[in-house]
Ligand binder design. Structure first.
Ligand code: PEP
Ligand code: MN
Length: 354
């Protein structure tokens, strides 16, 4: 529920609303705006009787948020939320940022050369897992902590922002020491203790859609993070399981405009896991930008044939460079641009598609 105060409401009147909400057993989130203050009521699982609050002095209106997720919804917050992972790397504005890099961090030579290649092509952030969630316990599990150090080194050499996955709360603290953005992967989208833990951290989070998750499930998982006080959340469509086996996943592009209508959070697309097939990554990356995605995450490996994970869906660096060139044309056609770190600094509050 949202309590909209009169533009002339006094600080005392706002405080009284806050106290009343707390007396009713809920949490109050005052949100001062340009014209007036709104006080959000959180902690309810169902409709709250607003009659006690409606009668208080200074209250203009009560709005009941109809969706099961509250703080994530556009009803709660109409404007796009901008998520800044590093200076000039802002998701949710007019610039579309491209995150690229290998599935896993494998060695110094591999990650640094991948970082140099994706930077030269136009990416603004480097991806690469140090902690890998693998379907088989016998598959390469990532380098762990040394992998994080290699990512830090790649950032030092290229200036790229770093996005890497955490598998559990302990790993999230380690990842947060190095990364600019913590990735919560598809397999962990409903790991609620991990969601709460990253919600308490002061780091942006990339939350990937679970492979059997509905859009409502994804938004409810994001709500766990916002409920803990962290609104710096980027959502990611990465494909869902389907009955069709020709591609690794069913890449749900419709989710992009749907999420943009339902939520103020930015949403990016991962056509690498979305398709699982190298030659399908480029067409679906183009389509995702055309559909209005606020960014892309693409797997790129200096030598995909030797990759320790996801080589079959990883682009060669020259393929990635061609793709970014095409994305610039598509972004321009829909009134956006492909973000470069400096060009987008401070100026990304423009309207996006959807
Ligand atoms: C990844 O990004 O390498 C990854 C494991 O992705 P997902 O969680 O979407 O499967
Ligand atoms: Mn991967």
């Amino acid at each position: 529920m949202l309590v909209v105060m009169h533009p002339s409401a006094t600080p005392d009147q706002i405080e009284r609303v806050v106290q009343t909400i707390e007396e009713m057993g809920y949490d109050a989130r005052p949100m001062p705006g340009g014209q007036r203050t709104t006080v959000g009521l959180v902690g309810n699982d169902g409709r709250v009787d607003g009659s006690r609050i409606e009668a208080l002095p200074g209250v203009a209106e009560i709005i009941h948020v109809s969706k099961p997720y509250k703080q994530v919804s556009r009803e709660w917050h109409a404007e796009n939320t901008l998520v800044t992972i590093a200076p000039g790397v802002v998701f949710g504005g007019s610039a579309v940022h491209v995150i690229a890099g290998p599935c896993s961090v494998e060695s110094e030579v591999q990650i640094v050369s991948a970082a140099r290649a994706v930077k030269a092509a136009g990416a603004t952030a480097l991806r690469g897992g140090a902690f890998k969630p693998r379907s088989s316990p016998y598959a390469f599990q990532g380098l762990g902590k040394p992998g994080l150090q290699l990512l830090a080194q790649a950032r030092k050499e290229t200036g790229l922002a770093i996005i890497t996955e955490a598998l559990d709360e302990e790993g999230a603290h380690l990842v947060a020491e190095v990364a600019d953005c913590i990735q919560v992967g598809a397999r962990n989208m409903q790991n609620y203790s991990l969601l709460r833990a990253v919600g308490r951290m002061k780091k942006p989070v990339l939350l990937k859609r679970g492979m059997a998750a509905t859009i409502t499930d994804l938004l409810l998982s994001a709500e766990y993070i916002l409920a803990e006080g962290n609104d710096q959340v980027i959502l990611c469509e990465r494909g869902i399981r389907s009955f069709d086996q020709t591609a690794r996943n069913l890449f749900d592009l419709t989710a992009i405009p749907i999420v943009q209508r339902l939520s103020h959070l930015p949403i990016i697309a991962d056509p690498s896991h979305g398709t699982g097939l190298r030659d399908k990554v480029t067409p679906m990356a183009r389509a995702a930008i055309a559909a209005g995605a606020d960014g892309l995450m693409v797997e790129v490996h200096p030598n995909p044939d030797r990759a320790l994970s996801d080589g079959a869906q990883s682009l060669y660096p020259d393929q990635f460079a061609s793709l970014v060139g095409e994305l610039r044309t598509i972004a321009t056609a829909i009134g956006r641009s492909v973000g470069a770190p400096q060009a987008s600094r401070g100026g990304t509050a423009a309207v996006r598609g959807g």
